[in-house]
Design a protein around this ligand. Structure first.
Ligand SMILES: Cc1ncc(COP(=O)(O)O)c(C=O)c1O
Length: 512
């Protein structure tokens, strides 16, 4: 039996509902908002990346600030390996200088207007020209923009897509967003009626199950093949569609994450064509989460191919009909500007009536953050060879890219040398998803304390080492298998992996 299940969560939320209901009386007056009265879909939303483990890690961070409490802990720092947040304190990925220079001038345009000579003495000329150009197009970044985002930026996104794929893109079909998450929830919220099915890879990034819970969509899992480096098997996809249809579910959308989170797998063109063909045959909307497109470790061997390119390169009846939404973000790649909240989606082959509805809904929230829109502009239009900032931009982005790639392969190798752990190498993204052969006695113990075994493992890892990594159950996995998702973002990787090894060996010996 397979599951993407979360029974422990349901039990926990029921218990909380019961216990808090009693405390929701203030001066005899019942609270308007109680766990019984709020939107019940919220209680079902689960997001492991920031769940119990992350909360406990926060408590350790606070405890370490208090010398008395810190003395009692077996570690002197918390390593946040649970979330792809590259510039987070402790991970130390430096922002790209060019980005911050341009943005700083837009934040404080008086510097360009009244102190140009000073600025010229500290910033390269191309930075000043870029900021001036953006300022002319946008004006104050404190003002609302067009609800789809600044047109000039969308035009440059269209150019970036055209150059990448070799097919035209229409700026009117590009929407800037507050990160890819915001785009995904806009599109899922608009596309699905309650009960409609949305196919999601397992393991998946929990944004999808969380959003589907909230909008009463039905997740239809399709399992990635771990022994084949987490590849996608079309037969598995087709069977998942057939099963859902048999159960009377209308399969409306199919999500592909490429490169994958948490798997790090990159799809071959052949696999992508099969997905597109399936969407054509079954009349399914294709949602391509391509936020890690710049995080491919060996692009010569496995270049990034976008779904837009694959769709457009297929026979005309497919190229001009398969409906596709593809998502990109400034959060990942080599910029790692995830706190700025910037991204975009491109709509391909959607009917103009629906595009208008998406625009209407985007208008309800007025506009995406303007600082994030500027980030998108810098993402799609970086300095060019010959420009003054180019060499520094290249050096900084190459370092970030190479660090990620080398940490990923180093970690994978060491994980594979451990008894009771096996890890598929990642070709991209920012994570590894090693499998842990948790001994049956430990599985029994986890059952006894009411937790999935890999949650118990990851909580104990945190308690023993200060390393915060997410249990595989938060992403979905084959029933009876256990995983851990770790980021490849942490500096001092030898030390960090050494601690995982020591913990793992002790855990395995204890429960053998
Ligand atoms: C696959 C995937 N999609 C989307 C997102 C969300 O990105 P953003 O910060 O742009 O909302 C993430 C974040 O980790 C992710 O891993």
């Amino acid at each position: 039996m397979r599951s993407i299940a979360r029974p422990a969560w349901r039990i926990a939320s029921t218990l909380r509902t019961q216990s808090r209901a009693m405390t929701n009386q203030a001066n005899g007056r019942p609270k308007v908002l109680t766990l019984q009265s709020i939107n019940q879909a919220v209680l079902d939303v689960q997001y492991a990346v920031r769940g119990e483990l992350a909360l406990k890690a926060d408590q350790y961070v606070h405890a370490l600030e208090d010398p008395a409490k810190a003395k009692g802990l077996p570690f002197d720092k918390v390593v946040t390996a649970n979330i792809g947040n590259p510039q987070q304190k402790g991970l130390n990925q430096r922002p790209i200088t060019y980005w911050r220079q341009v943005i700083s001038l837009l934040e404080n345009p008086a510097l360009m207007e009244e102190h140009l000579e000073v600025i010229k003495s500290i910033y390269p000329n191309d930075v000043i020209q870029r900021a001036k150009g953006l300022y002319k197009e946008i004006g104050s970044i404190g003002a609302y923009t067009h609800s789809k985002g600044v047109l000039a930026i969308r035009e440059r996104v269209a150019k970036f897509i055209e150059t990448r794929d070799g097919y035209p893109a229409d700026p009117e079909h590009i929407f800037l967003t507050a990160g890819a998450s915001n785009g995904v929830s806009q599109i899922l919220g608009l596309s699905l009626q309650p009960g409609d099915g949305c196919m999601i890879p397992i393991p998946q990034y929990p944004l999808y199950t969380a959003t589907l819970s909230y909008i009463h969509g039905r997740p239809i899992p399709y399992y990635l093949q771990e022994p084949e480096q987490w590849s996608m098997n079309t037969k598995v996809l087709t069977e998942a569609v057939a099963k859902a249809k048999e159960e009377g579910v209308r399969v409306k959308a199919l999500v592909v994450i490429n490169p994958g989170n948490p798997t790090g797998a990159c799809l071959s063109r052949e696999a992508m064509e099969q997905v597109v063909k399936l969407c054509y045959d079954e009349n399914i909307l294709l949602l391509a989460d391509e936020v890690y497109q710049r995080n491919i470790f060996d692009p010569e061997h496995r270049p990034f191919i976008s779904f837009k390119e694959v769709v457009r390169s297929m026979p005309a009846e497919i190229a001009n009909t398969v409906e596709l939404v593809s998502f990109h973000s400034i959060s990942k790649g080599v910029s790692g500007e995830c706190g700025r909240r910037g991204g975009y989606f491109e709509l391909v082959n959607l009917s103009e009536d629906v595009v208008d509805q998406i625009y209407k809904m985007a208008s309800v929230t007025l506009c995406p953050p303007v600082s994030g829109q500027v980030g998108v502009d810098l993402l799609v239009n970086p300095p060019k060879p010959g420009e003054e900032s180019y060499d520094q931009w290249l050096a900084e982005t190459t370092l970030t890219h190479d660090n990620l790639a080398s940490r990923s392969s180093y970690m994978c190798e060491r994980f594979n040398a451990l008894k009771g752990m096996s890890c598929q190498p990642a070709e991209g993204a920012m994570y590894l998803f090693p499998k842990i052969d948790i001994p049956p006695k430990a599985v029994e113990e986890a059952k006894r304390i009411g937790k999935p075994a890999d949650v118990m493992y990851s909580l104990q890892l945190l308690d023993a080492t200060g390393i915060c990594a997410v249990a595989g159950s938060g992403f979905g996995q084959e029933a009876g298998t256990y995983h851990l998702r770790v980021t490849a973002l942490c500096p001092g990787v030898e030390d960090y992996v050494g601690k995982i090894e020591q913990f793992h060996n002790e855990f395995m010996a204890k429960w053998a």
